[in-house]
Design a binder for this molecule. Structure first.
Ligand SMILES: Nc1ncnc2c1ncn2[C@@H]1O[C@H](COP(=O)(O)OP(=O)(O)OP(=O)(O)O)[C@@H](O)[C@H]1O
Ligand SMILES: [Mg+2]
Length: 169
């Protein structure tokens, strides 16, 4: 038996946590063996020991991916919201997790800059911070994802959640 890995990826502010939490809640009601892990939460529980340069981002992404493999291997469904936009990670998940669902939340950069929840984009544009994915750091767009979603407006949130639930049920 193996659990599902629902890997929700996209740039900062794209809506991964918002959508991931709702997908988790819906799935948990039907299958109690379900957990939610967020990239930010993983950084917190590992003591904020990772930076945000490319090497650190790849390291933390691999740790998250390996942990997801470990949990799905024990029949736990994992809903994972994380940026981790590396082709190596997408490949690792595909190779190592039988029931893998890759969901790319492809929110427009102009929308992200307007949203700017964590003020990352405004700071990066002003040159006050570095290592912001999509601004001064390149990323690998998922090329083979199971769902490619836009999430530019509020009305799309529910639609996207339902699309993911339908895919994985
Ligand atoms: N479709 C949408 N329309 C408008 N606002 C949205 C939409 N989806 C999410 N938001 C809002 O955008 C902000 C960022 O969403 P969220 O925290 O889910 O993104 P994230 O991808 O997890 O970001 P991060 O990578 O920084 O953790 C939140 O304030 C959220 O309420
Ligand atoms: Mg988030």
């Amino acid at each position: 038996m193996s659990g599902k890995l629902i890997w929700i990826t996209g740039l900062a502010g794209s809506g991964k946590t918002t959508i991931g939490k709702s997908v988790y809640k819906a799935l948990k009601k039907k299958q109690n063996n379900t957990v939610f892990i967020d990239g930010d939460t993983y950084r917190e529980i590992t003591g904020q020991t990772f930076g945000h340069d490319k090497k650190a981002r790849l390291n933390v992404a691999f740790q998250i991916a390996r942990m997801c493999k470990f949990m799905t291997g024990q029949n736990i469904n994992v809903v994972c919201s994380t940026i981790s936009l590396f082709k190596e990670i997408h490949r690792f998940n595909r190779l190592n997790t039988k029931k893998y669902y890759e969901i790319f939340i492809d929110t427009d950069l102009e929308v992200l800059i307007k949203r700017d929840q964590k003020k990352l984009y405004s700071k990066a544009i002003k040159g006050k911070i570095k290592n912001v994915v999509g601004v001064d750091m390149s990323f690998d767009k998922p090329i083979n994802c199971h769902l490619h979603l836009t999430n530019n407006s509020k009305k799309e949130i529910k639609v996207n959640i339902n699309k993911i639930i339908n895919l994985v049920k």
